[in-house]
Design a protein around this ligand. Structure first.
Ligand code: 5AD
Ligand code: SF4
Length: 467
């Protein structure tokens, strides 16, 4: 049965009664995705909604009746990429009243109707919280033959739309949406709304279904996953409890999660990561800066010393843990001394990986109006120094793995090269040669691999003979 949508939009009163939804039978759709894993999964959910209505995916925008461009707006570059892609797509889209071009995601939410001015032939916009309204919104566009600003529709309930995932071994599962933190640089609280957790029983049910479909690893998604349960209806579960319960699902080999916030860390989470064989020893814990003055200006809510204490506990208790991070350079007022402290922190914590970015002022964030942002040249030069250090550390760390045996979860079998491709518990990709390809490992198998070669970007190995 279709869920009831408590929404009113463009003259359609939908309250209380199930919608007579249009069938998209025979229609085709194409989705282009920009941005983070949340966005990738949002696209899977929109694909799920469209498929449920009978539409089928195509791989070229020119073949599609419905085109969705799912955008990101975290930095200015993300906006530029989406706008340039939209410029290309509008040239190739089908003609005719049946063709719909929709801009979804964070840029759509932030820009609102401005999108219609920037890309004149867009028919529909909707933000990340509006995904569940996709089908009625498309219906409104086709029936009224007018542009629709879906960001103005009241958000629907938290029911999780069905996702159409690519077949495989690993799958994303949303556990939390939105963000209640107030980092001065970040647009996410305004694009994804207030933090809300999804009921634990729904998450559990989805994970069980995924396992029955052959998935063996799930990645729990949220803006601050380790704050799961603080807001919204989690059915009383905390994040460590959720991990514990998911670990009990038989046939599920691995559980990952991203992103965590230093202020939502707990001893209990460390304890679960240390004790559950299924919760992978990988923590992505953004530090953003090594300078307390900058951390305060960023409104991160912790000092470097607090961050250090968590790193110490995590490394002491979770055997073989890998720790990755996000870093921003060139934030408002950042001096050479602040940046030196960031470099020093990276030296000290010796991260297993780091995403580093130049600060990009975003409209509607507190920092947007602040002065004294280092020049582009200074920021580029700092980013280069930082990335060199991170790469040097990654190369040294990967080098130490040569000769060691690691367990990988096979995600793909490359027949042509007799290679099993998978990841270590710490999330490093390994391409492992198989000597006896007559009985190759299957995707979904956990196998032992001896590492034979390491570079900054990846590892090569050989399947251990007795595996
Ligand atoms: N400019 C640069 N980087 C940003 N991030 C978030 N907002 C901005 C911004 N305005 C980075 C942070 C965050 C990651 C997802 O993106 O490091 O952790
Ligand atoms: Fe993801 Fe943030 Fe980009 Fe939105 S703005 S797609 S939440 S990275």
């Amino acid at each position: 049965m279709k869920e009831t949508n408590h929404i009113t939009g463009s003259g359609v009163s939908l309250s209380g009664t199930p919608l007579p939804l249009p069938s998209l039978d025979g229609k085709t759709f194409y989705i282009k995705t920009f941005g983070c894993q949340m966005n990738v999964h949002d696209s899977e959910r929109m694909a799920g909604l469209l498929s449920e209505e009978g539409a089928r995916p195509v791989s070229e925008p020119g073949e599609a009746d419905i085109i969705l461009v799912n955008t990101c707006t975290i930095r200015d570059k993300a906006d530029q990429k989406a706008l340039s892609d939209l410029g290309r797509i509008r040239q190739v889209r089908k003609d005719g009243p049946e063709s719909v071009l929709a801009v979804t995601g964070c840029m759509a939410q932030r820009e609102g109707e401005e999108i219609f001015r920037l890309v004149p032939d867009v028919d529909l916009i909707l933000g990340p919280s509006q995904i569940r309204n996709l089908i009625p919104l498309l219906d409104t566009v086709s029936r009224d033959h007018q542009r629709v600003d879906g960001t103005l529709w009241p958000p629907p309930d938290m029911t999780t739309p069905p996702a159409l995932r690519p077949p495989g071994i690993t799958a994303f599962v949303t556990i939390q949406e939105g963000c209640d933190k107030s980092c001065a640089y970040c647009v996410v609280p305004s694009t994804r709304g207030a933090e809300r957790s999804r009921p634990a029983r729904d998450i559990f049910q989805e994970a069980e279904e995924l396992v029955s479909l052959g998935y063996r690893e799930i990645t729990l998604l949220g803006q601050n996953v380790n704050g799961y349960g603080h807001k919204g209806d989690s059915s009383g579960a905390s994040f460590p409890e959720l991990l514990r319960r998911l670990s009990e699902i038989s046939g599920l080999h691995r559980i990952r999660f991203t992103t965590s916030h230093p202020n939502d860390m707990s001893d209990e989470l460390i304890e679960v990561m240390a004790s559950s064989a299924k919760v992978m020893p990988h923590l992505h814990l953004p530090v953003q800066s090594g300078s307390d003055r900058i951390l305060e200006k960023m409104q991160r809510g912790y000092t470097l010393e607090t961050y250090r204490q968590w790193v110490t506990k995590v490394r002491k208790n979770i055997s073989g843990v890998s720790l990755t991070t996000d870093l921003i350079v060139g934030f408002c007022t950042e001096t050479e001394e602040d940046f030196r402290q960031t470099m020093e922190a990276v030296e000290e914590f010796c991260f297993d990986g780091a995403f580093s970015f130049i600060y990009s002022p975003r409209p509607s964030t507190p920092a947007h109006a602040w002065a004294d942002t280092p020049s582009r040249e200074v920021a580029v030069e700092r980013l280069e120094r930082l990335q060199k250090l991170v790469e040097k550390q990654a190369e040294a760390r990967n080098g130490k793995l040569v000769g060691q045996e690691v367990e990988i979860l096979v995600e793909k079998w490359d027949e042509e090269n007799s290679m099993a491709i998978g990841r270590t518990p710490q999330f490093q990709t390994v391409r492992a040669h198989v000597d006896a390809p007559s009985s190759p490992p299957f995707p979904g198998d956990l196998v032992q691999v001896r590492i034979t070669q390491a570079s900054r970007t990846g590892l090569r190995g050989r399947l251990s003979p007795n595996a």
